[in-house]
Write a protein that binds this ligand. Structure first.
Ligand code: ATP
Ligand code: MG
Length: 295
């Protein structure tokens, strides 16, 4: 099994893991040949999209890769997790999508990282769908993020860009799907885990046919695994049966440190690097960097 069974690792192991993460990770992850942009999507709420975006990015950032997290959720949870303000007047992804601002001018360095940036979300993003419909020509609406990203990548180097989506399949999510080749779907290890996944896959297929022929579901990540129930194990089996090799070997366990970290404006990678959640996200991030990508 690629995940730890216990909530608390023994102190010495945790301390060693913490030192390893802080000092020893630099240069240990493979850099991609070109920027990999990954949209993290699931219209079901609370399945671990944001936690996954934040912690994969943090793990890669600690390893010295250049990473950008784009927060496309008006709730701004990814922004909060990196200690970034997202009050109403703050700037961020709304300005990029609706005012044509550049990503570079709106992104903020994440606290405690040398090579990790965040394009924050603000509350005004909640009205973005309506504003886009009333102010932007229909044909342009799905491509606002894609256009901004290609301008950004003309003169900025990034290894990974993660896009955190809101729990809906509205225009923000469509923009996120139009802008990438890769989709990562987090699936929570609980009853009804696959509920809604069919609808999500249909939406992805629709976007692939009409808007973005390069789009693929590249990665499935099982989240919030509870080793004390048979239910989690049977969900893992069901999801692996359905998605096969797209499912990462690493499974993310349920861990209180993962849930606590955002309230301290941190990822679990920095909040408690020795916790089972941090160790698992580190392993998941490494797996992603080591997998073969199409094209
Ligand atoms: P939304 O759809 O609202 O954007 P989401 O899919 O982004 O939600 P998260 O916010 O990442 O989901 O997670 C939902 C809740 O579960 C959060 O309170 C988070 O802290 C908690 N959580 C996520 N992963 C874990 C984990 N591995 N262990 C414990 N709690 C977790
Ligand atoms: Mg979220």
């Amino acid at each position: 099994m690629a995940y730890a069974e216990e909530e608390d690792t023994p102190l010495a192991t945790a301390a060693a893991a913490a030192v390893y993460v802080r000092r020893g990770l630099k240069g240990t992850f493979t850099k991609p040949k070109s920027t990999r942009i990954i949209t993290i999507v699931n219209q079901k709420g609370g399945v671990g999209k944001t936690t996954t975006a934040v912690n994969l990015a943090a793990a890669m950032g600690l390893a010295g890769l250049k990473v950008l997290v784009i927060d496309l959720d008006p709730q701004g949870n990814a922004s909060t997790a990196f200690g970034i303000d997202h009050y109403e007047d703050a700037s961020g992804s709304f300005d990029v999508l609706l005012d044509g601002a550049s990503i570079a001018s709106m992104m903020t360095k994440a606290q405690g990282f040398d090579s990790l940036w965040v394009l924050p979300a603000t509350l005004d993003l909640a009205g973005a769908d309506i504003e886009l419909i009333t102010t932007v020509a229909e044909g342009k609406r799905p491509f606002l993020l894609k256009t901004a990203l290609s301008q950004f990548l003309d003169d900025h180097e990034m290894d990974y860009i993660f896009i955190d989506c809101p729990p809906s399949l509205g225009l923000l999510t469509i923009n996120a799907l139009a802008a990438v080749k890769e989709v990562l779907i987090p699936i929570q290890c609980e009853f009804y885990a696959l509920e809604g996944v069919q609808q999500l896959l249909r939406t992805i297929e629709f976007v692939k046919e009409r808007i973005n022929p390069e789009l693929e579901v590249s990665t499935i990540l099982l989240t919030m695994y509870n080793s004390t129930t048979n239910l989690s194990a049977s969900v893992v089996e069901e999801v692996r049966g359905y998605f096969g090799k797209k499912v990462l070997v690493t499974v993310i366990p349920r861990s209180t440190y993962v849930a606590e970290a955002p309230s301290f404006g941190q990822s679990v990678m920095t909040y408690d690097p020795g916790s089972t959640g941090a160790v698992a996200y580190l392993a998941a991030a490494r797996e992603i960097t080591e997998r073969k990508v199409k094209g």
